[in-house]
Design a protein around this ligand. Structure first.
Ligand code: AMP
Ligand code: GLY
Length: 420
């Protein structure tokens, strides 16, 4: 089977690494890829958000299966163009990708599906939004409706912050994404993520994870794309997982099908857990990054069969072979991230590290220059390990971190603290 993966972050390196382990994979191309991916697969360069460009590439290279990593090509309708051309593809249609691309859409689906989530109001003008905040009081959460690269959510602990956020959003801080605003009830509790494959009708849970969004130890400081993650997430007990599937996931899948926009791909449910009950914070229509890295390490080569079954509508007779172990990934980022950071510093020591089914350094923002690996982004490496226990996985990951010689980088030393 010839396979194309779209994307070039740590998530796609982990997907490529897992897919490659499956004997069904004859040829693997990743676009655009990165320096780590180029060590295990071919990399190609074309506009991955342009459906026609992707379809041309697929036809010229006799690709049998396309796996779409990030949300941007999905929200741009790349999966639709590929399906129109008769190509097997993993990832939702543009219509179904609204579950990530529009907060209002997701809230409407939750209401129709009777899925537990925060109460909300939806606004297209600042005055009405402000009146709602004054009526509800703080804490309260203000969200730009559209995709805002994870920055469109303000959790306001006081009214003033919420009112400022409304002015910012309608003032154009998030461009078109902020032209509509959702204001939500603040939910207290512990956050965790649940990843579920969906084939339009049937589901197959893939695993749970928790990430660390804040840049500083003890979960302090600015928000980031994620500074590390671990799987499984102990807060998502078997009972909570089965409640979530029954009360949130299946009703969502059924509602999407009823609206003529069946969901096919991975559904990433961000959940808030309090007193043994989960409520939906958000959906994403792709794997989390870095959560994907720990999921892939625990699932290995079977991932290809699972994604293919989702794409072919066969999840009802597909089983996952569950690992009972733990995995941890530590993100190494360029100093300054998530603020301004330098690119181009050399990373040494990688070739001395173990690379096997229990230890992998997945690359995010890296590139090759003069035979060296250099940093080319904010989040640069995802140092990933598994173990019988979370502690063992974490010790192995930090042992690898200590073998990396990159003075211009940093990481948090406390990934997994909540679960330990
Ligand atoms: P979202 O992009 O919707 O996931 O929001 C980003 C982050 O904001 C979430 O991961 C939560 O930490 C926080 N958040 C979003 N909505 C709420 C809410 N209703 N109550 C409390 N925290 C929230
Ligand atoms: N790590 C959070 C995300 O991928 O959205």
């Amino acid at each position: 089977m010839n396979i194309l993966i779209l994307g070039g972050g740590g998530r796609e390196h982990a997907l490529a690494w897992a897919v490659m382990q499956n004997p069904k994979c004859d040829r693997l191309i990743v676009a655009p890829g990165n320096a780590g991916i180029s060590a295990i697969a071919e990399c190609a360069s074309f506009d991955v958000e342009d459906g026609a460009a992707v379809t041309n590439f697929v036809e010229e290279n006799t690709i049998d299966f396309v796996i779409i990593g990030p949300e941007a090509p999905l929200a741009a309708g790349v999966a639709d163009r590929l399906r129109d051309a008769g190509v097997l593809v993993f990832g939702p249609s543009k219509a179904a990708a609204q579950l990530e691309a529009s907060k209002r859409f997701t809230k409407e689906i939750c209401v129709a599906a009777n899925a537990p989530t925060a109460g909300y109001g939806h606004f297209t003008d600042a005055d009405a939004a402000k009146a709602y905040v004054k009526e509800q009081g703080a804490p309260i959460v203000v969200k730009a409706d559209g995709l805002a690269a994870g920055k469109g959510v303000i959790v306001a602990m006081d009214e003033e912050t919420a009112l400022e956020a409304i002015d910012d959003m309608f003032g154009g801080t998030f461009g078109g994404a902020g032209a509509e605003v959702v204001i939500e009830e603040f939910m207290d509790g512990e956050e965790a993520s649940f990843f579920i494959l969906v084939d339009g009708e049937n589901i197959l849970p893939m695993g749970t994870a928790q990430d660390h969004k804040r840049v500083g130890e003890g979960d302090t400081g600015l928000n980031t794309g994620g500074m590390g993650a671990y799987s499984p997430a102990p807060v998502l007990t078997d009972q909570i997982q089965s409640d979530v599937l029954e009360q949130i996931i299946m009703p969502t899948v059924q509602e999407m099908a009823k609206r003529g926009m069946p969901y096919q791909g991975v559904l990433y449910a961000g959940l808030m857990i309090k007193d043994g009950k989960a409520r939906l914070v958000e959906y994403n229509v792709r794997f989390g990054d870095p959560e994907c890295q720990v999921l892939m390490m625990r699932l290995g080569g079977q991932v290809l069969d699972m994604l293919q079954a989702a794409a072919e509508g066969r999840l009802n007779d597909t089983k996952a072979n569950w690992a009972t172990d733990h995995a941890v990934t530590v993100v190494m980022a360029a100093q300054g991230y998530p603020g301004a950071f330098e690119k181009g510093s050399a990373i040494k020591g990688l070739s001395g590290l173990p690379e096997d089914s229990s230890n992998m350094v997945f690359h995010a923002g890296t590139t090759q220059r003069d035979g060296q690996i250099v940093a080319s982004g904010g989040r640069v490496l995802n140092v990933t390990a598994r173990g019988e226990t979370l502690q063992e996985a974490r010790d192995r990951a930090y042992a690898m971190v200590d073998g990396i010689d990159w003075p211009e980088g940093f990481c948090r030393r406390d990934i997994g603290w909540r679960a330990l």
